[in-house]
Write a protein of this length. Sequence first.
Length: 230
Amino acid sequence: MARIRSVALATALAVAATASLASVVEASPAGPTSGVQGTAPEAAAGPAARAMTPAPVSVHPLDPSVVAAHAGSPAGAPQSVTQVIQVAVIGGPIELATEAASVVLERVAGSKTDWVGTLPPVRVVDARGTHEGWAVRWAVAGVEVDGTEPNHLPAAKVRVEPGAPAVVAGLPDGLTAGKPAPGVPEGRVLFSAAPDSGGGTYEAGGTVSLRLPSSVDASTVTVHLAFTLG
């Protein structure tokens, strides 16, 4: 009996020890599996020793030039880039689009000899790109009276009063109506462009007037004009 009691006592002690060990394992933050490694150094050190140590942080200093470049710009401010592009422009010719005009005149009210009409726009195109200047000149090609063949009628006095030049494409600088611009030869000039100007397309019209000799009794009068560019 004494031997049986000893065995029972040993069994009870073993059960108690097992229960005590289980309670320690359940209380461990590492969970049930920590009991398997309970003899490891970190298990013996306790929960404080098992806390994770944060990874070291690397500090890199900013480039002073980068800081200076962005010091005056607010965060998110738009940036811009400027690029210079050079394009070669090949010049073209200079041409007179209107080389001739026929102007039908009307008798001035109350006059037998005076006639007047409107000159349509005369166009010049300067695509040279040199800005050398130019002048559009006019000349009388003939005067047609009552449907007869045009003739010069030396006694007839034709006059052209130019209107203000109009810019179709270009700049108005250097344009002159009715007389040659500085640097342009004299002559019967409708309109002109001084040197260093006149690149583009321009037009000018005007008023054509005629005084016939008192001996000519006309019912219709047409003045034929020719234009040259120089």
